[in-house]
Write a protein that binds this ligand. Sequence first.
Ligand code: SF4
Ligand code: SF4
Length: 261
Amino acid sequence: MGKKPKVGFYGLTGCAGDLLNIINCEDELVELFDIFEIKSFVMASSVKDESVHLDIAFVEGSVSTEKDLEDLKEIRKKSNMLVAIGHCAAFGGVQAMHLGDGKWKERYKKVYGGEKAVTLTKPMEPKPLSAYVKVDYVIPGCPISKEQFLHAAGRLLLGTVPNLYTFAVCAECKWKENECLLMKGLPCLGPLTRGGCGAICPSFGVPCIGCWGPVDEENISSEFKLLLEKGYDKEEIIRRFRIFGGSERAKKLKKLLGVKK
Ligand code: SF4
Ligand code: SF4
C-alpha cells in the first residue's frame, strides 16, 4: 500500500459496539493511529475528510434506511477495500431476523405506526452490506473481538488476507473441556455458530444463541432434528435459528421447511 494507508471507520444502523471495541484497544490505539492515516472515525477523531480515496473502509451496522444505503454506496465508491465489521454489517443483525418473510412493512407499521413515523430518512428492510455492494472481508462478532480486529488490520496492512476462525463455537467449547449443553437437553446453537468468542456463554452454562453468525457449512437440518428429538417446539426452534441467522440461514430454513416463496 505504499505510505501510510488511508483508512475510514463508519457506522450505519447498529449499536456502535464494534467501533467501541476498536476504541477499547487501549494499548494499541496510539500505534493504530500512527500506522494508519485515519480520515474518518467520528467516535474517535475530529479529523473528517470524506473527499479522499481510502485504502480501507471498515463499516459497521446494517443497511436499514435510505441514508444508510446512500452512505454505503459512497464509501464503496471511494475505497479500495471494504471490510464489514460485526454481525449487523456481515449478516444483518437481529433487525434482519425475519429477512425474506415478506412481512417487513406489516411489522414496521405495527411497531412504528408506518413508514412516515421516521422523518429524517426513509426506513428500509434491514439487510447486510453484501446485499448492496461488494464486501472484501468480514470480521464477525457481536461485537467483534479486539484480537480478530487487530489480526485483520495487521494482515491488511501487510497486503495479505486476514485468516479468521472458520470453526464453530463447539471447537472452543471443547478446548475448554465444558460439558456439552446439548447433552443436558439445552438448545445450544454452538454447532451452527462461527467461533471467536471463546465459547463464553456455554462456559457459564448458558446455551449459545449464535450471535457471531452462521459458521460456513452449518448443518441446520441436523441441529433442527436434534432439537425436535429433545422435545422443542418447531416454531420455537425456527425463532431461535432466525435471531442471528441472517439472510443465508433464512434461505436454508425455507428449503428445510419446504416453503416455496
Ligand atoms: S455446549 Fe454448545 S457450544 Fe459447547 S459443545 Fe455443546 S453444543 Fe457446542
Ligand atoms: S451467543 Fe454464542 S456466539 Fe454469541 S457470545 Fe455467546 S457463545 Fe459466543
